[in-house]
Design a protein around this ligand. Structure first.
Ligand code: UD1
Ligand code: CA
Length: 475
């Protein structure tokens, strides 16, 4: 309860709910994930929606109406919202009906919003609620004015600006279709009145659906129904098909990139760079073309990321270079150099001034400061100390086909080229492993371990084998 805000507005102790309509299938997306879970810059639409209400000054509780593929929402949003279920999708009015038993505070109000609108900000949400309360509306309908009103419901008003009704495009007369003010499907309504009127909505003759929009006509005769015109139509844009999803994504991508560049991030070909809304990129960072920075990644100043790089939910410290590589759920220390063509994943922690180079994969491993894995190494389930050199082609053999095992390596260890360390295994400090060794037993501090056949040389074998004569003049 945001008590102070209500005191300012003279309405103490009223609860505000957000009611999110997300039960629909989203047939036009032709996707096997529910429409409201479709990703925009790698983040599901519904995450944008739920976060908006978590950030709002007024909304106390979010109620999510789910139906189609409801398991997805239960799995990803439990503890953050209250769920209501609409088993059969019989229209927006019916969806609200399925959730109203959660509106315990009859004196409070509810902000109703479709679950497919990602870009409405918490600030605008609060502005709408504030205006609704200040004007003493019983119902506020958020509208927008479009040159081409498309398939949207039309807002029909009287001469004083009171909203009389909303007519769906399908049901509108020719004259009504000329109206350019349309319904965004965002409303604020007093709970008592919502409860009273929602059951009065009749099913539509044409579509058999119960339209939430009908509540406007039911209330307008006896109650105050106001309109809030939203000017930034990106904030009200709903996503119904892949083309709209892509348009919203492009818009958001450009907005994020412009903000970053104005804040001192250098971007080469920004149209090819995708940064998530939740990533933090410090001034002084350079991002090169075809780079994706996802999730809650953090890139510290003076790092150079890209080209052709994906960073997912990872932290990159200052002055790091990452080129042509993939880093997922991992941390890279200061001044380290990753790539080209490296893959670091599964909670790996790379220290400072480390080189993870060409065709090296690091999985669920820690590598200490000043270490090298410059080419063709696999480091999995490993804890390596400082100043470790992984030679070209060295492998921590962590899997026996059934279980995964750990490799532990101390400080100042030199692992020669083409070495297999068969885990579980422990290599102490100050050790050298000879190139080509397959090491199956722990190696003690200070030792050289060689585990390969001694070289045997059979002189002049070549000439006997091929029946040739040796040219002693070396020509
Ligand atoms: C609705 C409005 C229309 C408005 C438009 C704005 C109605 C009747 N019409 O139309 O006036 O201009 O939004 O975008 O309300 N949903 C359910 N259960 C259902 C049906 C829908 O949960 O039974 C959910 C959907 O998942 C979606 C939202 O409600 O998130 C809106 O549904 P949609 O079918 O997209 O409504 P529109 O036809 O666009
Ligand atoms: Ca090898």
């Amino acid at each position: 309860m945001h008590y102070n805000n209500y005191i300012k507005l003279g309405v103490v102790n009223l609860k505000t709910y957000a009611l999110v309509l997300a039960a629909g299938k989203g047939t036009r997306m032709k996707s096997n994930i529910p429409k409201c879970a479709f990703p925009i810059l790698d983040k599901p639409i519904i995450e944008y929606v739920v976060e908006r209400f978590e950030k709002s000054k007024y909304v106390d509780e979010t109620i999510l109406i789910v139906g189609y593929k409801k398991e997805y929402f239960y799995e990803h949003l439990s503890n953050r919202v209250i769920f209501a279920e609409q088993i059969e999708q019989k229209g927006t009015g019916h969806a609200v009906k399925c959730a109203i038993h959660h509106l315990e505070d009859k004196e409070g109000q509810t902000f109703i919003v479709p679950g497919d609108v990602p870009l409405l900000t918490p600030e605008l949400t609060d502005e709408i609620i504030e205006k609704h309360l200040k004007e003493g509306n019983d119902l506020t309908v958020c509208t927008m004015i479009l040159d081409d009103p498309l398939q949207y419901g039309r807002i029909i008003k009287d001469s004083k600006g009171q909203v009389l009704k909303i007519v769906e495009h399908k049901n509108a007369t020719k004259k009504e279709r000329l109206v350019k003010e349309v319904n965004t499907s965002i409303y604020v309504v007093k709970n008592g009145l919502l409860l009273e009127h929602i059951n009065k909505i009749q099913h539509n003759e044409l579509t058999e659906e119960y339209y939430l929009t009908d509540i406007v006509e039911l209330m307008s005769a006896n109650y105050k129904v106001g309109a809030f015109v939203i000017e930034d139509t990106y904030q009200t844009a709903g996503i119904n098909d892949n083309k709209q999803a892509s348009a919203i994504e492009e818009y958001l991508k450009e907005k994020i990139n412009n903000k970053l560049m104005l804040n001192g991030v250098t971007m080469e070909s920004p149209q090819t760079i995708r940064v998530s809304v939740d990533a933090v990129i410090e001034p002084g960072v350079t991002i090169k073309q075809n780079t994706i920075i996802n999730g809650k990644s953090i890139i510290k100043k003076n790092s150079i990321i890209g080209p052709n790089t994906t960073i997912m939910n990872s932290k990159i410290d200052e002055e790091v270079i990452v080129e042509d590589s993939v880093i997922a759920n991992s941390t890279i220390g200061e001044k380290s150099y990753v790539g080209p063509f490296a893959h670091i994943r599964d909670l790996s922690v790379i220290g400072k001034n480390v080189r993870v180079g060409n065709f090296t994969e690091v999985k669920n491993s820690t590598i200490g400061d000043d270490s090298f894995a410059s080419h063709h190494a696999y480091i999995g389930d490993t804890k390596a100390g400082k100043r470790v050199n992984f030679g070209c082609g060295s492998v921590t053999v962590n899997f026996d086909g059934k279980e995964k095992y750990q490799t532990v390596i101390g400080n100042d260890v030199f692992i020669g080229c083409n070495v297999n360390l068969i885990a579980p295994i422990k290599i102490d400090d100050d050790v050298i492993i000879a190139a080509g060794s397959t090491i199956t037993e722990d190696v003690k501090k200070g030792s050289l371990a060689i585990a390969r056949n001694r070289q045997e040389v059979k002189e002049d074998f070549y000439y006997k084998h091929f029946n040739k004569i040796k040219n002693e003049n070396n020509k």
